[in-house]
Design a protein around this ligand. Structure first.
Ligand code: SAM
Length: 347
């Protein structure tokens, strides 16, 4: 239902958009740089080493990011996720994270990482108050991980997973992008891991975004098929939705499973009506939809000497313009895919 008259409020009830969605979640892409080159995330040229990276002064500085976060939290944002690129490769990232987690009113700071640097940074993250982590891992086969990411890093990532489990991070979510002929023969292995480890294994539909040359109708696997294949392993018991679950539909594979399974279906069953997110790209573009290229240039607002009320106005405009839903299907049919790069927007 469209509530054209719903005011966008910045009150004790928080931020509400034109479609009555409560906007409480900000994703910050700290850098467009990454220590991996996942073939499904980057373009063919990038995979082959031809990288057009932002210059240092094109990235938002830590001071600028903190200013945006402070204003956003004062407006009603309660949860921030750090992403990238790979957030942990940015220089002095831990100092920034400690400053971020000290912002009054911001109690929920999380991170999405490829896990390569988690063994090194896990403890510092935990001590800074970042105790919820999503780790991207698309295979358990070291040679396959190397082929997908361009780096022989499986063992390093796995030590990162063990590190955060040992430190007591909760939840620990493992994100697997399911792709036919690339890793779908491992769906069962991923699902069965949730029976013995306290993790949420999340199966994410492959999205045609950012010039990924690997996406096509054949590599894409919808959640219905993924679930049917996993259901052959045992009973999928639906779980009550928890605050931490985000857009995932969550199940347990058998009543005695220690962990859970999450299914995320941006394509087949989009969750736009529940979307509570704003995103800030590493170049300072404020986006209200991952799959819609419209951005507000917050970097210009930050650098042109405007005060915080201009930042607030820019955020309200982004919320006001938040599309009711993404239009990937229509865009694909008309040949105008979403062009934003995952590495800049943050997945
Ligand atoms: N470097 C961090 C990481 O690997 O988690 C954060 C950034 S990465 C862009 C965030 C997530 O986006 C990863 O889980 C990755 O698998 C996912 N991703 C990238 N391209 C995707 C695509 N075309 N479809 C679905 N997920 C994608």
């Amino acid at each position: 239902m469209i509530h054209h008259n719903t005011p966008i409020a910045s009150s004790e009830n928080g931020l509400v958009d034109l479609f009555a969605r409560s906007i409480s979640y900000l994703r910050l892409s700290l850098t467009d740089r990454c220590n991996l080159r996942c073939r499904y995330c980057v373009t063919e040229e990038e995979a082959n080493g031809c990288l057009a990276r932002l210059a240092h002064d094109e990235l938002l500085s830590y001071e600028e990011l903190l200013r945006v976060a402070r204003v956003a939290v004062a407006m009603g944002i309660t949860k921030v996720r750090l992403t990238g690129g790979e957030p942990l490769v940015r220089r002095n990232v831990m100092g920034f994270i400690r400053d971020l987690t000290r912002i009054k009113g911001l109690d929920d700071v999380r991170i999405t990482t490829n896990g390569v640097l988690l063994e090194r940074y896990g403890r510092e993250l935990y001590e800074a108050g970042v105790t919820k982590v999503n780790i991207s891992l698309d295979s358990f086969k070291p040679e396959r991980v190397a082929a997908i990411t361009g780096v022989d890093c499986f063992n390093q990532v796995w030590r990162g997973v063990e590190t955060v489990l040992g430190l007591g991070f909760s939840p620990v979510k493992l994100n697997m992008v399911a792709m036919r002929h690339l890793n779908d023969d491992e769906l069962a292995d991923f699902a069965l891991l949730s029976r013995r480890l306290p993790v949420q294994v999340r199966f994410i539909e492959f999205m045609p975004i950012g010039g990924s040359s690997r996406w096509n109708a054949d590599t894409y696997i919808g959640t219905d098929e993924i679930m049917a294949r996993i259901a052959a392993l045992g009973e999928l018991i639906p779980m009550e939705k928890e605050r931490n679950d985000g857009p995932a539909k969550v199940y347990r594979l058998g009543a005695d499973a220690v962990g859970t399974l999450g299914f995320i279906s941006p394509i087949s069953h989009h969750f736009c009506s529940r979307c509570n997110r704003l995103r800030l790209t590493s170049a300072g573009g404020l986006r209200s939809c991952l799959l819609h290229d419209q951005e507000i240039d917050l970097r210009a607002v930050l650098r042109d000497g405007f005060d915080d009320s201009a930042l607030r106005q820019a955020m309200l405009t982004a919320i006001r313009n938040k599309p009711e839903r993404h239009h990937l299907d229509e865009q694909r049919r008309s040949g105008s895919d979403c062009h934003g790069r995952m590495s800049r927007i943050g997945g």
